[in-house]
Design a protein around this ligand. Structure first.
Ligand SMILES: Nc1ncnc2c1ncn2[C@@H]1O[C@H](COP(=O)(O)OP(=O)(O)OP(=O)(O)O)[C@@H](O)[C@H]1O
Ligand SMILES: [Mg+2]
Length: 473
C-alpha cells in the first residue's frame, strides 16, 4: 500500500499523467470537431438540395394558379412524387395558416402556427433542424415573382436519419481510434517517463552505494542540471561531514593527550620518590606539591571539557534571568583583581549606560571571566585590561581590551578552537589548556550573540561581544 502511494506521488507518475493528457486530449478534441463539422455540413448540403427543388416547384405551383383553382389532382401526384423523392412529407399551407395539402393526408384542414411558417409568409425561406427527432423542416414561400407577398407556404419535413447514422458510426470509430491511440500513448509515455526519471534513480543509487560511509569519494550524475545540483550539494555535505569527522578525531586525540600529560608528570614524580630510599622530608613536600598542582590541572581540564559538552548540547538548559549587567561586570572584575594585582595589571570598567538584559548568569560570567583572565595572562607586567559596556535598543556590546602580547594574524581565526594555543612553548609557562575561548564562544552563541577579535602583535588584543538584550529561545 505504501509503495503504491509512493508511486502516485512520484515524479514518474506525474510525467506519465502529463504525457497522456497532452497526447490524448487534443486527439479527442480534434476528432470531435471533425465529426460535428461533418454533421453540420451534411445537413446543410441536404437542406440546400431540398430547398432548391422546392423553390423550383413553388414556382410551378404559382404558375398553375394552385391557390386559385379547385382541381389539384395533377399537383397532388407531383407533390407525392417529390415527397417520395425526399423520403419526407410535404404540406401546402395557405395565407390563413390552414393546411391545404398534406402528402400524409392526416392534417389537411388543420391550422399551423409555427414560427417557421410565420417567418416564411413574410417572404423568407427558413429551415430548422431537430437533432433529437432526426429530421429537418424547410419552409419555402409560394410566391409570384412580381408580388412581395407570399400566397402560401410549402413546408417540407425530411428525415435526417442518414446523417445521424453516419455520425453514429463515425463516433463508434472515434471511440475505437481513441482507445488505440490512448494505448499507444500510454506505452510511449511509460517508456519516456522511465527514461526521464532514470538519472534521479541513479542519484539515489550512487548515494546508497557509498556504503563505507562518506570517506569513499564524491558522486557525480551530470545528466541534468538538477541532478548535477543535487550531487554538488550532496558532495558539499560530504566534505563538511569529512571535516567534522576529522575535527572530532583531532579533538579526541587532543583530549587524550591533554589528560595524559598531567598523569605522566605525576607518575614520574611518584616513581622518583619511590625509587630512592631515604628521601629527605623537604623533597617529599616539594614533589607532593607538584603532584597536587598536576591534579588541579587535570581537574580543570575535565571540568572545562564537561562545561563545553554541556554548552554544545543543542538542548542546553538556559537559566535566563533579568540581570543588571553593570553590577555583574563589576563583581567579575572585583573577583579577578587579586590575580591582576600579582603582576601590577590595572583592571578598568567603563560603562556608557545602565544595561539590563536577559542572560544566563553562570554562562555569561564564565565567558567574561575567560576573556579578562586571558587579558591578564597574556599581558605584560604593569599593563591594563579595559572592559567597556554599551548598548543600543537591541543588543548589549562588551569590549575586552588589553595591552598585552597580541595574537599573530594567522592565529586570529583559530583561537576559538578547542585546545588551540598560539605559542605552545610560551603558553606552557603561562599555563592553560586552550579551552577558555571555546567555552566563551559557546556561551555567547547560546545567547544568540556574536564574538569577534582584533589584535596587533606586541600591542594588545580586543574582543568584541554582542548579545541581544532579550532572549528568544
Ligand atoms: N588576550 C589575549 N592576548 C594574547 N593572546 C591571547 C589572548 N587571549 C587568548 N590568547 C591566545 O589564544 C589561546 C587560546 O586561549 P584560550 O583562552 O582558549 O586558552 P588558554 O588561555 O590557553 O587556556 P584556558 O583558558 O583553557 O585556561 C591562548 O593560548 C593564547 O595563546
Ligand atoms: Mg584562557
Amino acid at each position: 500500500m505504501k509503495r503504491r502511494n509512493g508511486f502516485f506521488k512520484s515524479l514518474r507518475f506525474r510525467i506519465l499523467v502529463i504525457l497522456i493528457l497532452i497526447g490524448i486530449i487534443p486527439g479527442v478534441l480534434a476528432v470531435h470537431i471533425v465529426i460535428s463539422s461533418y454533421e453540420g455540413m451534411a445537413i446543410k448540403v441536404r437542406t440546400d438540395n431540398v430547398q432548391k427543388q422546392c423553390s423550383v416547384y413553388a414556382g410551378t405551383l404559382v404558375r398553375s394558379n394552385f391557390f386559385g383553382s379547385e382541381d389539384h389532382s395533377v399537383q397532388d401526384s407531383q407533390l407525392q412524387l417529390l415527397a417520395n423523392l425526399f423520403h419526407g412529407r410535404i404540406m401546402i399551407i395557405d395565407r390563413n395558416f390552414t393546411i391545404v395539402r398534406d402528402t400524409y393526408r392526416t392534417d389537411e384542414g388543420k391550422t399551423v402556427l409555427s414560427p417557421l411558417v410565420l417567418q416564411c409568409l413574410k417572404g423568407e425561406e427558413s429551415t430548422s433542424y431537430n437533432r433529437k427527432a432526426e429530421n429537418f423542416e424547410i419552409a419555402v414561400p409560394v410566391q409570384s415573382p412580381e408580388s412581395t407577398e407570399a400566397l402560401g407556404v410549402m413546408l417540407v419535413t425530411v428525415s435526417s436519419r442518414e446523417v445521424s447514422d453516419a455520425v453514429a458510426s463515425m463516433e463508434q470509430r472515434e471511440i475505437l481510434l481513441v482507445g488505440i491511440i490512448g494505448a499507444v500513448i500510454f506505452l510511449l509515455s511509460y517508456l519516456l517517463s522511465t527514461i526521464l526519471v532514470k538519472p534521479f534513480a541513479r542519484v539515489t543509487k550512487s548515494i546508497e552505494d557509498l556504503t563505507d560511509g562518506y570517506q569513499s569519494g564524491d558522486i557525480s550524475v551530470p545528466d541534468y542540471t538538477e541532478t548535477a545540483l543535487i550531487t554538488t550539494a550532496f558532495n558539499k555535505l560530504l566534505t563538511r561531514m569529512k571535516i567534522l569527522d576529522d575535527s572530532r578525531n583531532e579533538f579526541v586525540s587532543n583530549v587524550s593527550h591533554e589528560l595524559k600529560t598531567p598523569m605522566t608528570s605525576m607518575k614520574v614524580l611518584a616513581d622518583s620518590l619511590l625509587g630512592q630510599p631515604g628521601v629527605p622530608e623537604e623533597l617529599y613536600q616539594e614533589f607532593l606539591q607538584d603532584i597536587t598542582k598536576e591534579i588541579d590541572r587535570e581537574n580543570k581540564i575535565i571540568s572545562d571539557l564537561l562545561n563545553l559538552v554541556k554548552l554544545d548540547r543543542r538542548t542546553a538548559q538556559m537559566n535566563i534571568s533579568h540581570v543588571n549587567v553593570n553590577e555583574l561586570l563589576e563583581r567579575i572584575l572585583r573577583r579577578l583583581t587579586p590575580i591582576a594585582r600579582l603582576r601590577q595589571i590595572d583592571l578598568f570598567l567603563d560603562c556608557f549606560r545602565t544595561v539590563e538584559a536577559d542572560l544566563d548568569e553562570v554562562k555569561f560570567t564564565s565567558a567574561i571571566t575567560n576573556l579578562v583572565e586571558n587579558g591578564i595572562k597574556y599581558n605584560v607586567d604593569d599593563g591594563w585590561v579595559r572592559v567597556t559596556l554599551n548598548a543600543d535598543h537591541q543588543s548589549l556590546m562588551i569590549d575586552v581590551a588589553d595591552s598585552g602580547l597580541g595574537i599573530p594574524p594567522d592565529s586570529l581565526e583559530r583561537v576559538f578552537e578547542r585546545f588551540y594555543r598560539v605559542d605552545k612553548s610560551h603558553s606552557k609557562e603561562i599555563g592553560g589548556t586552550g579551552l577558555g575561548l571555546a567555552i566563551t564562544r559557546s556561551a555567547v552563541n547560546s545567547h544568540h550573540g556574536t564574538i569577534t577579535v582584533e589584535s596587533v602583535l606586541g600591542e594588545g588584543t580586543i574582543f568584541h561581544l554582542k548579545i541581544p538584550l532579550t532572549y528568544i529561545p
